[in-house]
Design a protein around this ligand. Structure first.
Ligand code: PMP
Length: 408
């Protein structure tokens, strides 16, 4: 079995004694093919180094947060300047106001913003606000969609009671009939419809939102006096700087943000419209670290750079270069692959590969040659990825395809 380097092994051994399972959650290397490192030391641009100094071209970007590249000079400088003045104080700094103004200016749907730390904070706040504002209970959500790791939404039922989910009703993403059936089931008790920016379920083909589905979700929420909640935690700022459904002409009432908004600094946000302003002031929303000013300074710098360089367009272009190259290689080697999702958040799955064995082999062959892919989850491009990086990745995937095709 492929093993990782000596430092990684030693850290795993120490971790196994003091950390349950050695590691928990989505960053467990146990969820990846053998040979993937668990521990890292450094990131710079689109390159990461593991605990043994092995270097990889990064196609995960820390599972989304790194949107301008690791260790981005302007963002780190903004955070450092704020840290020198103070980060965790008795209350917020001017950065809170400035960032709220910035988000409200960027998002056509938004009249206000609130901040927290993780995506789950933001999605949970949105759901609570929807219930508080409407005085109703039912939340419609797509089966298989990820919205966080707490009992109302965790994909794993361990420690979750039926009561935690008593008011969740599930529909199929992009399926208007199932959405309507779920709304009918909610009857007069519909508080909100929670949707991801696109279908990005683990291990499955991704699906962009069908405009008719998005429009129907909007109309249903309005008709039923419920909230349309867009979970933009994963896709936010990669597809658009104005909200991921803006180009569809559909505006949510509430949006949840986190991951990429501060290029790796811990920050989440909820943006909302005036219909929900009163509820937002009634809700007791708080956390010891939610006013941290350094991450807000980082977010302001991140937005500056994304706007100046048209980050979404850049990521889309390099993502498309990668996708086209992979498609050409798959055809050349006669290997069936399915590429899905927006090019800047690509998913590559193999035909007939229900147990992901081929995908895992492919990813491992790439890893050995210095490219860190994910065999099942959507990947993430950053604006630090250049054409030359994509060309290097493609030289590696060419070899990985040759292995899959049995030629090496
Ligand atoms: N919503 C979506 C769509 C996500 O992808 C995630 C994280 N993967 C979350 C919510 C939860 O975010 P966090 O892990 O920061 O709590």
């Amino acid at each position: 079995m492929a093993s990782t380097g000596a430092s990684d092994q030693s850290l795993r051994e120490r971790a196994s004694r003091v950390i349950p399972g050695g590691m928990y959650g989505h960053m467990r290397a146990a969820g990846l093919p053998a040979g993937y490192p668990q521990f890292f030391t450094r990131g710079e641009g689109c390159t990461i180094w593991d605990a043994d100094g092995r270097k990889y071209l990064d196609f995960m970007c820390s599972w989304g947060p790194i949107i301008l590249g690791h260790h981005h000079a302007a963002v780190d400088e903004a955070a450092r300047r704020q840290l020198e003045k103070g980060d965790c104080l008795n209350g917020p700094t001017d950065k809170l106001v400035e960032l709220a103004e910035r988000l409200v200016g960027l998002m056509p749907h938004a009249d206000w913003a609130m901040f927290s730390k993780n995506g789950t904070d933001a999605t949970t706040t949105c759901v609570t606000l929807a219930r508080g504002a409407t005085g109703k209970r039912k939340i419609l959500l797509a089966s298989g969609a990820y919205h966080g790791a707490v009992p109302w939404c965790s994909p794993y039922p361990f420690g979750v009671t039926a009561e935690d989910r008593a008011h969740a009703i599930y529909f199929k993403y992009n399926d208007v009939a199932s959405l309507e059936a779920a709304a009918a089931q909610a009857g007069n008790d519909l508080a909100g419809i929670l949707v991801s920016a696109f279908r990005h379920d683990y291990g499955l083909d991704q699906e962009l939102p069908d405009p008719a589905f998005a429009a129907r979700a909007r109309a249903l929420a309005t008709e039923k006096d419920a909230a349309l909640i867009l979970d933009d935690v994963r896709a936010g700022f990669r597809l658009s700087l104005h909200g991921s459904w803006n180009d569809l002409g559909v505006q949510p009432d509430l949006s949840a943000w986190s991951k990429a908004i501060a290029n790796g600094y811990a920050l989440a946000a909820v943006t909302g419209n005036d219909r929900f302003r009163k509820a937002a002031l009634q809700l007791y929303a708080t956390g010891s670290f939610w006013c941290g000013a350094a991450s807000m300074a980082a977010a302001l710098a991140t937005i500056d750079v994304l706007q100046a360089e048209d980050g979404p367009a850049r990521m889309r272009a390099v993502g498309q270069r990668f996708r086209d190259g992979v498609a050409a290689q798959a055809a050349k080697y006669g290997v069936g692959v399915r590429q899905s999702g927006p090019p800047q958040m690509p998913t590559i799955l193999f035909e007939g590969d229900t147990d992901h064995a081929t995908g895992s082999r492919f990813a491992f062959e790439a890893l050995k040659r210095g490219v860190y892919l994910h065999p099942k989850h959507n990947m993430f491009l950053s604006s630090a990825h250049r054409e030359a990086d994509i060309d290097f990745a493609l030289s590696v995937t060419d070899e990985a395809f040759a292995v899959i095709a049995g030629l090496r």
